[in-house]
Design a protein around this ligand. Structure first.
Ligand code: ATP
Ligand code: MG
Length: 316
């Protein structure tokens, strides 16, 4: 249990929107890798620093609800301003909670302003193009938040762990060299910088789950008939490559986390805490944009007042 849980809860309930945003930014900062040059995965834990017990449920619930409210308020301005867009990329090992995080965190926002895309094994049409192609088609429009559930980062994760996939990509042989991962990191960095320069901010979220917690979640999926559908035997095969994946994640984050497009390493062994972390990361990204409702000119205000007057004077 949190030492001063009740105090924190009543404190949280008193915060206004600006204070909530400031709180969220401070929270997200702990998990923001920023420039990845010195990144080491072992410096990031899969569990939150604070020990949360069942008694802390009301606090955790309140924190997430408050986060969602702040997020919704910012999204409303993003949409109205119609200049910036935000791309939030989720990557994680199986059962880390990507789907649940997307579902809960985005639950309070206007569906018109949000697009979720899941990337599975590439189709034959996808393989007839470069690796960014299928993702480019789903980039968020201005004013929108785009969520990628998996993304072009699979190219330096699953494809790196299973090099046979790379051989099936129809790339000209001459281009498959030892340098390919370094080149892909460079292409991704450039792509994200290009997006940033055109008004699409990209943030990347790694839901960092432990091998032990994944095991427990797989067992739960097997034990609970309503969760059976979530379990695929392929997940066990991938679990066998746990260390290879962790190394690939570390190298990927080291090479693609930048100040403008950072990775957030969110401890994901506690699902509720992870969702708060995700909300906080999105809030900080939105807050870094110069969001404002479009300004209305004095002429337009006068015109609106005229219309209001006419409406009020309208005869039935
Ligand atoms: P769920 O939570 O429903 O299991 P999921 O994202 O794991 O969601 P699946 O259909 O189980 O969806 O898995 C998608 C699979 O597609 C993953 O194993 C992923 O590694 C793989 N994949 C995604 N992108 C690529 C890619 N570019 N090349 C090869 N495999 C890919
Ligand atoms: Mg899966």
């Amino acid at each position: 249990m949190l030492k001063n849980g009740e105090e924190v809860l009543s404190d949280l309930k008193r915060l206004n929107k600006e204070q909530l945003i400031a709180r969220a930014k401070k929270f997200a900062k702990k998990y923001n890798v920023g420039n990845g040059e010195k990144f080491k995965l072992k410096n990031f834990s899969t569990t939150p620093k604070m020990v949360l017990g069942p008694e802390d449920k009301p606090l955790v619930k309140e924190a997430l609800e408050q986060g969602i409210d702040a997020l919704a308020a910012l999204q409303d301005i993003l949409y109205a301003q119609d200049r910036w867009s935000l791309l939030v990329i989720f990557q994680a090992m199986d059962a880390a909670g990507k789907d649940g995080a997307v579902k809960h965190v985005m639950s309070g926002i206007n569906p018109q302003g949000c697009q979720v895309t899941s990337f599975k094994v590439p189709s034959a049409e996808d393989l007839d193009h470069d690796f960014l192609w299928r993702c480019q088609k789903h980039l968020p429009e201005r004013g929108r938040i785009g969520i990628f559930n998996r993304s072009y980062y699979e190219e330096v994760l699953v494809v790196r762990v299973h090099e046979a996939i790379l051989q099936n990509q129809k790339l000209p042989k001459k281009l498959i060299t030892k340098k390919i991962w370094k080149e892909r990191f460079e292409d991704i960095r450039n792509f994200e910088q290009y997006l940033q320069r055109n008004g699409t901010v990209v943030i990347k979220i790694f839901l960092h789950v432990s091998k032990e917690e994944q095991k427990q979640r797989f067992i739960d999926r097997i034990d609970d008939p309503e969760k059976n559908w979530k379990f695929s035997t392929g997940d066990i095969k991938e679990r066998g490559y746990w260390n290879e994946y962790q190394e690939a994640y570390e190298d990927m984050i080291k090479n693609t986390s930048t100040k403008n497009s950072p990775w957030y390493i969110i401890p994901a062994d506690n699902k509720a805490y992870a969702r708060i972390g995700v909300a906080a990361a999105i809030i900080s990204a939105l807050d870094r944009m110069d969001l404002a409702y479009p300004e209305v000119s004095p002429e337009k205000v006068a015109e609106l007042q005229e219309i209001k007057k006419a409406l009020l004077e309208e005869k039935a």
